[in-house]
Design a binder for this molecule. Structure first.
Ligand SMILES: Cc1cc2nc3c(=O)[nH]c(=O)nc-3n(C[C@H](O)[C@H](O)[C@H](O)COP(=O)(O)OP(=O)(O)OC[C@H]3O[C@@H](n4cnc5c(N)ncnc54)[C@H](O)[C@@H]3O)c2cc1C
Length: 458
């Protein structure tokens, strides 16, 4: 059987199928250095656990994870499959450990996720390397720089895949196929269908390989769609970050500590709406909705050092106007907006400021309100950074059964085609996202897809 992809969902599928005794070939588009897809950028996974241990600071029972999942966006898209994902997450860490994963206790700068999420020692890259080592030890071959371009069907069965490698096309016959090739976030033309020209200004946090080629093949051959076409996870990233593959280090975390202006030097959204772990993932979308898809975060020296520092450095000056000018913003307009903001901050704001909780220190008579941590920007030096939407991954994918079989539009299913990870995350996520749940989806569904594909192939 073949597994398409070389990230978390693919490697978990390959190991899971091999555990069942199947003969597996992994087809990874990237080269050996850049193998591992989005998964190599990750840091943690969110799983149900009944008690604290060396890697989680407290219990996180099913009900709590389920409540958290239902609380994001419009809730799970398919309750049955989402519930299955949450339930199966409980055994994921043990399985991962048995397949080479190493863990670390949560450190500072981990978005306060120590109770709910488990952190990979050395991050996602180390986890992927450990999984690749496992495959090598088991004698499972990985074909790098191998792009699956076509799935060939005979009725409801995929009989072979056409791959491109070294400038040549080869046909690979397979008894079963697991599609774990990620979303279509790196395909700006595809994003442009739903977002228009704005998509040109998006940065893609992961590799350029996740362009949805395999997903498109499945849809063209009658697979049913799961998830919203405009659904994606996105954050604010440094506008100077690379167009692709900037990874985790380009994320900007200054937003709740200051004020965000758009291209016209106007505020447009409540920077203090909720605690940062619950809100960081709406800022990509907020920026996507602004003119030219750009925003500017300003703060002052009172809060400098309270968040992870931007990796390319910041603009710093003794007036707001100079910081604005350095970023190409109208200095007088930026000064005006921030003066207005400062006037709306309550006089006792400094005494009540508490960045560790929703402190309720809100602006008055200002639209949009800043509902927590409203502090005047009055203490030089002032700081600023330009931000763009950074797309993490898309949600729209193919519909699957509880056995990870890809469903057809007419309620039948492909008999030997399975899917795991981002390519089917739309079965679980609708519009919102829960930090660490992308790896949960890949691990839970990779295990199921690998097992079921092996059952069919053997
Ligand atoms: C910066 C960043 C940080 C993140 N942090 C976290 C985190 O801490 N926790 C978390 O849960 N989630 C996190 N995520 C989300 C997470 O990365 C994804 O949910 C998860 O990695 C998806 O796994 P996957 O295997 O489905 O896709 P991927 O890991 O993206 O793998 C897709 C694979 O398919 C290959 N491929 C694509 N097209 C083809 C083709 N045509 N032929 C052959 N191969 C192909 C790619 O090369 C790649 O190897 C983060 C994402 C990013 C970008």
């Amino acid at each position: 059987m073949v597994v398409i992809g070389g990230g978390n969902a693919a490697l978990v599928s390959a190991m899971s199928a091999h555990d069942q005794g199947a003969k597996v070939l992994v087809l990874e588009r990237a080269d050996r250095t850049f193998r591992g897809g989005n998964s190599r950028h990750t840091r943690n996974i969110r799983c149900v656990h009944q008690s604290a241990d060396a890697y989680n600071t407290g219990a996180y029972p099913f009900e709590e994870l389920w409540r958290d999942l239902c609380g994001v966006g419009t809730g799970p898209s398919d309750e049955h499959l989402a519930e299955l994902t949450v339930r199966e997450s409980e055994t994921a860490p043990e399985w991962m450990t048995a397949h080479g994963a190493l863990w670390q206790p949560p450190l500072a700068g981990t978005l306060h996720l120590g109770m709910t999420n488990r952190f990979f020692l050395g991050g996602g890259k180390a986890l992927m390397n450990a999984y690749y080592r496992q495959l090598a030890r088991r004698g499972v071959p990985v074909a790098y720089e191998t792009t699956v371009e076509r799935l060939c069907f005979e009725g409801d069965r995929c009989s072979s895949v056409l791959v491109r490698n070294g400038g040549q096309t080869h046909r690979i016959r397979a008894r079963a196929v697991v599609c774990a090739s990620g979303g279509f976030e790196a395909n700006l033309d595809w994003l442009g269908r739903y977002w228009g020209d704005a998509a040109r200004n998006y940065h893609i946090r992961g590799p350029r390989f996740n362009d949805g080629l395999v997903l498109q093949q499945l849809l063209d051959n009658g697979a049913a769609v799961a998830g919203e076409e405009r659904g994606f996870h996105s954050v604010a990233v440094d506008a100077r970050s690379p167009k692709f593959d900037g990874g985790i280090a380009t994320r900007i975390d200054s937003i709740p500590f200051g004020v965000v202006l758009n291209r016209d030097a106007e505020r447009f959204y409540d920077e203090g709406e909720d605690i940062w772990p619950k809100r960081y993932a709406i800022w990509g979308r907020n920026l996507a909705g602004q003119p030219d898809q750009i925003g500017y975060s300003f703060w002052d020296s009172k809060v400098q050092g309270r968040f992870l520092p931007p990796m390319y450095g910041v603009h710093r000056a003794d007036t707001i106007g100079k910081v604005a000018a350095a970023m190409g913003l109208n200095p007088a307009a930026a000064e005006d907006t921030i003066t207005g903001f400062n006037r709306a901050v309550p006089p006792d704001a400094a005494q009540r400021f508490d960045p560790t909780t929703l402190d309720g220190v809100a602006t008055r008579d200002l639209l949009p309100v800043k509902s927590n941590w409203a502090q005047p920007l009055d203490t030089p030096p002032y700081y600023g950074i330009a931000m763009r939407p950074g797309i993490t991954f898309t949600y729209m994918g193919v519909k699957v059964s509880s056995r990870a079989r890809v469903q057809l539009q007419d309620d039948r299913e492909f008999v030997n085609v399975f899917a795991a990870g981002e390519i089917m995350s739309g079965n679980v996520l609708s519009s919102g996202y829960l930090a660490g749940f992308g790896m949960t989806i890949g691990t839970v569904w990779g295990r199921i897809a690998g097992r079921e594909a092996a059952r069919y192939a053997l």
